[in-house]
Design a protein around this ligand. Sequence first.
Ligand code: HEC
Ligand code: HEC
Length: 372
Amino acid sequence: MRGRLGLGIALIRGVPTHTKYSQVTAILAICVLVALSGCGFRFPSQLGSAAGGNGSTGSGSGNGSGGGGAIGGDPNSPSSYFANTVALSFQAQCTSCHNDPRFGGSGGLTIYSYDKMVAQLLNGSSPDTNSLMSRMRNQIAHTGGDVCSGSSNNSPCFEVKIWWAKEVASRGGVTSSSPIGQITLMTNRGQVLGWAVDIGAQTSPVVINFYIDGPKGTGTLIGSTTANLATPPSGFSGNHGFNFQIPAAYRNGTNHTLFTDAPSLSGGTASVLSKSPYNYLLYSPTTAGTNYFNNTVKNGIGSCLTCHSTFNDYESMYYDHLSLPAKNQGGSATNNLLVIKGNGGNSHGGGNVCGGGAPCTLFQTWWAMEFP
Ligand code: HEC
Ligand code: HEC
């Protein structure tokens, strides 16, 4: 098995991308045809009841009723999400035992079949309790063990969670659910971007509570936000994005961990977002540094302003130039974008304006005040 894994990966790497995808497409097209032809799958008769994976690994011998529309063609359909995201994540992570279908492998190919997998996905009551997820988490005995390192918020379980929500939403078949969502980015200004959706109440925005250095119950609540923005895109219809600002007190140059808690809007249990807990180290302006910039630096950068009219703006100077790279990533009084570029480094478009002197020397003093 292990040996085959190595070989499998080598083979995948060696295949040109267009070949990979066309073969995958061909295989999935077959799956779609099979699904359309009515071999069908078990429609989620247990949705909303049947808690817990029950050991049934139903292999698709359903009554053929639930076509669920959308199959074939529509790139936003749940079956497309399976083909383009879920199956590819399986192919990236599971080929040591479930041979890669692109090479005509013989072992365990069921996991790449939409028809077979959707039957397991819909056999259960929630994104975390259905036959597919239970197998992947080794709650139904799985020779591959828990393939998601202890949490359904990790890949490839998280992809399966999203697929569950899309599949169920397209069938209008759930009244109660836990929110699904993730943190997609944290900026050096301490903005936390992401999305969350409650498939049991898809038109209402999820509220996310943020805790520092411990989960709900032990951590400090630092604020809440509503997931009702257009960005970042969630892949679900409607606006489910959020943009939360971490308060300056928790951007103080020491390590912190951000936790999330997203209560259900539809009577399900609360959930945590994927990528949280999220470890970070961020900085924010000091009073001394702000004063020094306004009283001294600002008056000494005439030689930059001729080309950089925005260098008067404290926020942008602090976050976009002086803070890069961050102190914990090698930033220093002399190693920051302002001083490097000002002295003609990094092929600065304006050349060597400081020549080792002002205003770069002012930037060095300023840096030391911001990052004591
Ligand atoms: C170490 C080998 C191994 C690895 C790695 C592995 N599996 Fe499996 N898996 C098996 C075997 C063997 C079976 C057949 C049932 C059993 O004995 O567990 C199986 C069965 C399954 C089934 C049930 C299939 C069906 O038709 O009912 C699913 C779903 C599954 N695996 C998902 C995955 C996913 C997803 C991954 C990768 C993230 C993965 N497995 C990685 C060995 C593995
Ligand atoms: C003659 C015009 C000119 C002058 C004067 C000038 N620059 Fe520039 N600077 C440029 C150009 C053009 C670029 C874009 C190309 C590049 O990245 O080097 C640039 C880029 C930069 C960047 C990168 C901006 C970014 O967003 O990545 C920094 C930092 C910078 N300059 C600092 C300075 C400082 C500090 C001074 C004054 C000491 C200065 N520059 C003076 C022309 C100038």
